[in-house]
Write a protein that binds this ligand. Sequence first.
Ligand code: ZN
Length: 160
Amino acid sequence: MALTPADRGHLDRCVELAREALDDGDEPFGSLLVGPDGAVLFEDRNRVKDGDLTRHPEFEIARWAAAHVPPSERASCVVYTSGEHCAMCSAAHAWVGLGKIVYATSTTQLGSWLSEWGLPAGLVAALSINDVAPGVQVAGPCDELVPVVKSLHGRLHGLT
Ligand code: ZN
């Protein structure tokens, strides 16, 4: 599925948030929740450095939406993210009933970078969003942003 200029603008913001997270000692992931009218409702970035490894922005978005977006509007909201949702966040997204997900880079890509760098895979199985939540519409990756996000992950591991 082709990304629109609006999609690209939102993904650029996600990557900016990912860079902000990395600069602050967290992992480079950033995400946005966009409402049915196209306005950004909420944004966050990874905040795991203090030891709570569930503090992923996509999980925060699902919980924020559960508290603030009426159930009837959730399926019309789109979540943008610098890196495809993990299994925890995919499940939270589906349970809350949010709509489409647009990601800059995929879980498969992240896994291939880790393996290229000789690093172990993550603690949680590297499932795609649709492995966990088959009904969620997904778009991505964004080819132009892949090298940018890859270099942020390289920096996380002290490689770039
Ligand atoms: Zn996650």
